[in-house]
Design a protein around this ligand. Structure first.
Ligand code: SF4
Length: 398
């Protein structure tokens, strides 16, 4: 049975009700238990457990140090392309946004990757919009193959694919696949994804299982907070993680906790999750999943990221650019607009501004933590943790 079948049977509304009406005595019991079930998780993310935040933080910190040591792993996103055939209301790369687009050549990708390895990174996430014409299976496999000798840990965050299409990418050397469901609320999902293959909720939800079958050994999931009710999203992510830990047990699992950031479409979040609630959620995930990696990106401001480091986060991105060519300016000469899948060259006046080197492909969203990777690494050391630039090495499992 795939997670879709299990998901449709989950009593999510009743868990949400339970969460909203939990007393602090019940939340305390779930906090003190030796393991955390999904109903316990509902208690841990309750408003009542919010009153016990200090205790939650203490427990989460202890558990994280026990399981992961005082280590924070660093990674960087490398955007390959901002072409996309989907319209997602919250994303700057949406097909109908008249943004500046570009797809890096394999040589450009290598140049960008070397800029990242020069900064120390050995763990890179290749990111691209969904556009089979520009971002094909062969293209992705070629990019991975070119990087594999220099980068031990390569993951992808790209449009969902068939198992058979994932295989050449795994064979080329990629070991991780990240796919966020964005929202697990079917009605909100339908309203947010107005055109393109991403409208298929079930296909996306089954992606980690297809990726696992194809041979990926690191799987990343998450919701984008700011679309549906955050507690419902968190309960769904927890149920999804629980399922994947049972069914895809050879894989390492990570959960990301992105909150919506401003983007080219100027979409306003539909729901709010406060900083305090984000901290509570990090702790609740840690208590339920002691061995799962928790990921925080540069979407969050520096101060909040620093505060979350000892509380349960194990993977941080740093110094991120969310546009293709963002680290070196590679591929700038190819910048264009795309209409109905066709490249439309920029006008002379737009190129005129390029002469001072100021033209860039459009980024996916604005980042909030603009510190360099070395500033982030220094801060990690000052907090008494060790920054680790590499996440995984296939040689270790050979
Ligand atoms: S969220 Fe992904 S699929 Fe949707 S428009 Fe952005 S890049 Fe495309």
């Amino acid at each position: 049975m795939s997670f879709v079948a299990e998901f449709d049977k989950l009593p999510l509304q009743s868990w949400l009700k339970r969460s909203l009406s939990t007393t602090s005595a019940v939340a305390r019991q779930s906090l003190d238990g030796s393991s955390v079930s999904l109903p316990d998780f509902a208690h841990l993310i309750s408003p009542a457990a919010g009153e016990l935040l200090e205790m939650l933080c203490r427990r989460s910190r202890q558990l994280t140090q026990q399981r992961f040591g005082k280590v924070i792993r660093l990674f960087a996103p490398l955007y390959l392309s901002n072409e996309c055939i989907n319209n997602c209301k919250y994303c700057g790369f949406s097909r109908d946004n008249p943004i500046l687009r570009m797809t890096l050549s394999v040589g450009d990708v290598l140049r960008e990757a070397r800029a990242l390895t020069d900064q120390g990174f050995r763990n890179i996430l290749l990111v691209a919009g969904e556009h089979p014409k520009f971002v094909s299976t062969n293209y992705l496999a070629d990019c991975v193959r070119a990087l594999h000798a220099e980068i031990p840990s390569i993951s992808l965050e790209v449009g969902p694919m068939e198992t058979l299409d994932y295989r050449p990418i795994v064979e080329a050397g990629a070991d991780g696949l990240v796919v966020y469901q964005e929202t697990y609320d079917r009605a909100v999902y339908a309203a947010m994804h107005t055109t393109g293959p991403k409208r298929n909720f079930d296909w996306r939800l089954e992606t980690p299982e297809r990726a696992y079958t194809a041979g990926f050994r690191r799987l990343g999931i998450g919701a984008l907070y700011g679309l549906g009710d955050w507690r419902l999203e968190a309960l769904s992510v927890a149920a999804h993680a629980d399922y994947l830990l049972r069914q895809c047990w050879k894989a390492q699992l990570t959960i990301s906790l992105p909150r919506l950031r401003p983007s080219a479409g100027e979409f306003e979040p539909l729901t709010h999750m406060s900083d305090r609630e984000l901290v509570q959620l990090v702790c609740a995930f840690r208590l339920m999943f002691p061995d799962v990696g928790l990921v925080l990106s540069t979407r969050e401001p520096a101060k909040l990221r620093d505060g979350l480091i000892p509380l349960g986060i194990t993977l941080l991105s740093a110094g991120s650019h969310t546009e293709p060519g963002g680290y070196t300016g590679a591929g700038k000469d190819k910048i264009h607009r795309t209409q109905r899948g066709r490249i439309v060259e920029l006008g002379a006046s737009e190129w005129a501004s390029a002469t001072d080197g100021e033209i860039h492909a459009t980024g996916q969203f604005e980042i909030a933590d603009e510190r360099s990777p070395h500033e982030v690494a220094d801060l990690i050391r000052r907090l008494g943790y060790e920054p680790v630039w590499k996440d995984w090495d296939a040689a270790l499992t050979a």
